[in-house]
Ligand binder design. Sequence first.
Ligand code: COI
Length: 370
Amino acid sequence: MSTIAPAADLAARFPVHGDVQRRSDAARAEVLGRLSFGVDFTDHMARAIYTVGQGWHDRELVPYGPLRLTPATSVLHYGQEIFEGLKAYRHADGSIWTFRPEQNAARFNRSARRLAMPELPEEDFLGSIVALVSADREWVPDTEGATLYIRPFAFASEEFLGVRSAHEITYLVIGSPVGPYFRKGFKPVAIWVSTDYHRAGPGGTGAAKTAGNYAASLLPQDEACAQGCEQVCFLDGATNTLLEELGGMNVFVVDAEGSVRTPWLSGTILEGVTRSSVIQLLRDEGRTVTETQVPLADLLDDIRSGRVAELFACGTAAVVTPIGRLAGRDFDLTIGAGEPGPVTSGLYHHLTDIQYGRAADPYGWLYRLV
Ligand code: COI
């Protein structure tokens, strides 16, 4: 069970400053009526600054809008940046909840350490989210499958061109009302396995949620799109044989007899909050779940022979997404019959039922924001 401070004790850490131009009910309704992923933003953003010698200061909630950065701002040159992604869910009674935010706070600080950035106290991470969602509560959709996606991030805002960790960091949280990450919703997607490019290598930043990992994924992601696939899948940089993760989500394999495996936390993949929740839910329904090496060659053999029944991706944005096709330079395989498999489907419903308050939450994963 979570032992974090209740929202009511945290919101005041980020007081409102500035004159917020709230959009009209009609303008908001227009946006909420045509949701896709990551294109619309709410009226506020939370902000704090870290300065070496002073620590975190100037925590505030301000109007959402452009930043003033000079061309010499360090992040624009060296990419010292970290981010998180979590969601706010509206329950049937109108209350608004998020999912395991303390896990995101902890990962944010693991990413901060790897990127030589200051850690943010958990109360500030949570307090900034509580303040933002509370001020922009009307932006949390009430339609099936829709949420308010919350994006906390921090970057080197010092005006300086030397290569060292910045002396000034800006922390921001923005909110974006979203529908499903994949346009077609809960339908199988196609994955392209890249053998030419890697996302991360031993000792690199693969386990951190940092902009550079995603920048490195864009060219192979374009290659995946050119092959008619929605996402790229990376292999490990050391041997180019083991599945790691997709461009923006973790990957799972369901064997025909119902056991499940997923690439282990090798130090080069992201430790997903959805990944760990999925492992727990599957184990608690009695399945064997193994975090292990997943060699591509074995996986292809197992799909061809029918030993693998389902593949799925998962992440905060992707939730649980069935994979119906796995393609690469010399293979192109179909998994399932164009519909989500029963394990993937059951898991999707179990997880989202907890998140939207339709099922019991025996794990204490939900955290009330409003
Ligand atoms: C998330 O699932 O929250 C992610 O960060 C993936 C992607 C949108 C970058």
